[in-house]
Design a protein around this ligand. Sequence first.
Ligand SMILES: Nc1nc2c(ncn2[C@@H]2O[C@H](COP(=O)(O)OP(=O)(O)O)[C@@H](O)[C@H]2O)c(=O)[nH]1
Ligand SMILES: [Mg+2]
Length: 293
Amino acid sequence: MSVSDGSPGLRYESHVAPVFRGVIPGVPEQIDVSIVMPCLNEADALRDCIIEASTALMDLGLVGEVLVVDNGSSDGSIGVAMAAGARVVEEAERGYGNACRRGLSEARGRFMVLGDADGTYDFTELPRFVTPLLNGADMVIGNRLNSSMETGAMPWLHRRVGNPLLTWVMNTLFLSSIGDAHCGLRSITRQSLLRLRLSAPGMEFASEFLIEALQNDVRIDQVPIRYRLRHGGRPKLRTFRDGWRHLGLLLSRWSKARRPSEDEKRGAALQSGVLGFSDLTGRGEPDADRIRL
Ligand SMILES: Nc1nc2c(ncn2[C@@H]2O[C@H](COP(=O)(O)OP(=O)(O)O)[C@@H](O)[C@H]2O)c(=O)[nH]1
Ligand SMILES: [Mg+2]
C-alpha cells in the first residue's frame, strides 16, 4: 500500500516487502533517502522515531521511506511501524548486523541512513546526515561523546571505558580519527555502500561497517549529535559479549590487512621483477619468459 500525505514529492510505502536479498546494482534509485531502523521489541519508541524521521524528511523536501527491519518482535512493533507509515521488512536471522544488512539491501534510496528504533537518536537531526552527502561526502557518522548527552543515556562503563577504548583501538589499528566508532546513527551513499563487503551478524557490524569504509577510501564526515535516554524497551547490547565481538573483529580484520595473501605476495614480487613466468604457471618456462611489469 502506498500512502501519500499530500506533501510535495514525499511518499511513504507501508507494506511487508517481498523477500529478496542483496543490494542489486542498477536498481532504479527512485527515492532520495531511505531511513533504515533495525528493531527488536521497540514498540514504546518506534512510533516517535518514525514520525520524527518522516517529519525531518518532509522538512528537507526529499522523497523518502522509513524502513523498519524486524526480527520477530513479540511486543507488536510491526503493527506500530505500519500504523506510523513505515515500510516493514522481516528478517528471520536474529542480530543487529543481520537486520542492518537486510534493511540496507532492501532500501531504495540514493542515500541510506541507519539509526536505532529505541528513541536514543534524534531523527530531526537528519539534515546533518544528508546535507554532507549532497555536498560530496560518501558517509557521515555521528559522535555522541563530544556533544550533549542526556544523563543516564549511556552507562558509565560504555561512555568512559568501552566505547572510547574500542574507538581508540580502531583508530590505532586502522590509522583513522573516528570519534565514536559505535555510533548507530550514520548515513552513506548507495554508491559507496556497494563498495563495502559486510557480513557481521551482531553488534560488531558497527565496527565492520567503519573498517570497510576506511579500507575502501570512503570519505567519512563526522557530526556531533544528541544522545537521549532509551524510550522503553530493553537494551539489546550485552556489554562484555558484544565488547569482545567488536575487539575480535577489529583484531582479525587488522591481521588480515597486515598479512598479504599468497596472491598479493606474488603480485609484489612481480612488481619488483623477482618472479618469472615459471613461478606463476609452475610450468618451468625458461628465464627468457621472465615477466616484467
Ligand atoms: N531487527 C533487530 N534489531 C535489533 C537486534 N538487536 C538489536 N536491534 C535493534 O538495533 C538497535 C540497536 O540495539 P540497542 O539495544 O539499542 O543497542 P545499543 O544502542 O548499542 O545500546 C535497536 O533499535 C534494536 O532494537 C536484532 O537482533 N534484530
Ligand atoms: Mg540503541
